[in-house]
Design a protein around this ligand. Structure first.
Ligand SMILES: Cc1ncc(COP(=O)(O)O)c(C=O)c1O
Length: 453
C-alpha cells in the first residue's frame, strides 16, 4: 500500500446518482402522519412547503436517483472531497489501527451541509419558487443554504436560534455575505414565535422553535417554500454523495472498512456516510456503524422510539423516530448542531433494527479528542465532528489493547474555525459536562401526544 496522506477522486469520478436506502431497508419505513388528522401524509399535504421533486424523492423507492447536471456543476466547486489517512494521529495514538477521515470541511460553508442545500435550492428554483425559509442552530445549515440560494438566484430567510445569533456572529455574517436575511428566533414575525415570546420573553430559542417559525413563514407565503437541513429522507439521500465517494476511495486505497463512525444531530452526515455501506452489512459483511451523540442530547441512547413532531409547535408531520420529546430544550452545549430532539426516521429504523449502534459522550472528552486531532492532523474540527473523532479515537485505542489492525473511517463533517469560543472555554477549563437527567427526559416524552389524539 502506498504511503499517501490523501486519496483523491477526479471531478470526472464524481458520482452521478444518489443512493436511496429505502428499497434496501429490513422493513418499510412507516409513513409520516398528518399533525391534525393522524392519517398518513400525502404528497398534496406537503406541497405548501416543499416542491414536488423533493416530495417525490422523500417517498421514492427507486434505489438510484440521478443528480441533475446543474447540481453536479456546483458540487464540482469542492467535490469530490478528499479521504485522508490520519497517519500522524495513528502515530500519536500508537495504534495498529488504520484511521481514515472523509473531509467535508472543504465545502464553501465548511461542512457537509451544502451537499443537500444545493439540490434543495435547485429543485425549488426549477419549481418557480422565489424565496426559501429555514432555521439554523449554530449557523452551519443557514450558511450552507444561503450559499446555495445565492448560486441559484433565490432569496433566503433564516430563523437563527437566538442564543447562537448573539454568540456566533460570524456565521450570521456568512449568511449575510451570501445575501440572506437573518432573524434571531423566537421572533414576532410568526404566530409560533409570538406564542413562545408571550410565555417567555427571554427564551433563548431552540431548533424546534425556529423550525416552527420557518414552516409557518413558508406556509403563509405563496412564493416561499421551506427547507430543512437534516432529518428528512431527501436530505439524507443527497448526503449519500459522501458515502459513495468514500466507497470508491477505500477501494482505490485497497481498504475494506471495519468501522464507520460519525456524529448525529438530525442524522444527515452520518446517514449519508454509512447508507451506501448498509446493503453490504445486510448481506453479511462484517462492518460496524457507530453513531455518536452528546450526553446532553442523548436521543438514540436515552430517547423513545415513537411518533413525534419535528418541531416545538407541532406544525410538522409526526414521524416515527427516536426522540426526547418535541418540548425538549437542550442545554447550551457547544456542539449546537447536535442539539435536536429527534433523529432521522430512516436512521432511527436502522438503529432500532440494530444495524447501527449508538453511543454518547460528554463535551470534555470530545474536546480532548478535537485537540489531539488538531495537533496531529492540523485541521481544527467542528465541535459536532469532534464527537465522531472521540469515538474513532476510542476505537483505535481499543485496537491498541487487542492488537487488531482495524480500518476505522470517520465522517469529518466540518471545521471549527468559527467555533473557537468553545475551544477557549475548553482550554480555560470552563466547559461543563452535562448528562440530561432521566426524569426530565421522561417528562418530555410523556408530553408527546398519542394518535389518534
Ligand atoms: C459540522 C456539523 N456536523 C454535524 C452536524 C449535525 O447534523 P447532521 O446530524 O444532520 O449531520 C452539524 C449540524 O449543524 C454540523 O454543523
Amino acid at each position: 500500500m502506498s504511503d499517501s496522506y490523501k486519496i483523491n477522486l477526479s471531478e470526472a469520478e464524481l458520482p452521478q446518482q444518489w443512493y436511496n436506502v429505502q428499497p434496501d431497508l429490513p422493513r418499510p419505513l412507516p409513513p409520516y402522519l398528518h399533525p391534525a388528522t393522524g392519517k398518513p401524509v400525502t404528497p398534496e399535504d406537503m406541497l405548501p412547503i416543499f416542491p414536488l421533486d423533493l416530495i417525490m424523492q422523500e417517498m421514492s423507492q427507486e434505489r438510484w436517483i440521478e443528480i441533475p447536471d446543474d447540481v453536479l456543476e456546483i458540487y464540482r466547486l469542492w467535490r469530490p472531497s478528499p479521504l485522508h489517512r490520519a497517519r500522524r494521529l495513528e502515530k500519536f495514538l500508537n495504534t495498529p489501527a488504520r484511521i481514515y477521515y472523509k473531509n467535508e470541511s472543504v465545502s464553501p460553508a465548511g461542512s457537509h451541509k451544502p451537499n443537500t442545500a444545493v439540490p434543495q435550492a435547485y429543485y425549488n428554483k426549477v419549481a418557480g419558487v422565489r424565496r426559501l425559509a429555514t432555521e439554523t442552530g449554530a449557523g452551519q445549515w443557514g450558511s450552507a443554504l444561503s450559499f446555495a440560494c445565492q448560486a441559484f438566484g433565490l432569496d433566503c430567510t433564516v430563523y437563527m436560534v437566538k442564543v447562537s445569533f448573539y454568540q456566533k456572529p460570524y456565521r450570521r455574517s456568512m449568511m449575510q455575505i451570501w445575501g440572506s436575511e437573518v432573524f434571531p428566533s423566537p421572533t414576532d414575525r410568526t404566530e409560533a414565535g409570538k406564542g413562545i415570546l408571550a410565555q417567555n420573553p427571554d427564551s433563548p430559542g431552540s431548533l424546534g422553535i425556529a423550525i416552527s417559525e420557518a414552516v409557518e413563514d413558508a406556509a403563509k407565503h405563496e412564493d416561499t417554500k421551506y427547507s430543512l437541513g437534516s432529518v428528512l429522507n431527501h436530505v439524507l439521500l443527497h448526503q449519500t454523495i459522501v458515502g459513495l465517494e468514500t466507497k470508491k476511495q477505500l477501494q482505490l486505497a485497497g481498504e475494506k472498512a471495519d468501522v464507520l463512525v460519525g456524529c448525529v444531530g438530525g442524522g444527515s452526515n452520518f446517514a449519508g456516510f454509512v447508507f451506501p455501506f448498509v446493503p453490504d452489512k445486510l448481506k453479511g459483511d462484517n462492518i460496524r456503524f457507530v453513531a455518536v451523540e452528546p450526553t446532553s442530547c442523548p436521543t438514540f441512547t436515552k430517547g423513545a422510539y415513537t411518533y413525534d413532531f419535528g418541531d416545538t409547535a407541532g406544525l410538522t408531520p409526526m414521524m416515527l423516530m427516536y426522540t426526547l420529546g418535541h418540548s425538549f430544550v437542550p442545554p447550551g452545549i457547544h456542539a449546537g448542531g447536535l442539539r435536536y430532539h429527534g433523529d432521522a426516521p430512516l436512521l432511527s429504523l436502522l438503529v432500532h433494527e440494530k444495524v447501527i449502534e449508538a453511543r454518547a459522550y460528554p463535551q470534555n472528552p470530545v474536546f480532548e479528542a478535537a485537540i489531539a486531532f488538531a495537533r496531529t492532523e492540523g485541521i481544527v474540527p467542528a465541535p459536532e465532528t469532534s464527537h465522531a473523532l472521540r469515538a474513532g479515537i476510542d476505537e483505535a485505542l481499543k485496537c491498541k489493547e487487542t492488537g487488531e489492525a482495524k480500518c476505522i473511517v470517520i465522517a469529518f463533517s466540518g471545521h471549527g474555525f468559527l467555533d473557537l469560543a468553545a475551544y477557549d472555554a475548553y482550554i480555560e477549563g470552563r466547559l461543563e459536562d452535562f448528562e440530561y437527567p432521566d426524569s426530565m427526559i421522561h417528562e418530555a416524552i410523556c408530553k408527546i401526544p398519542k394518535f389518534p389524539g
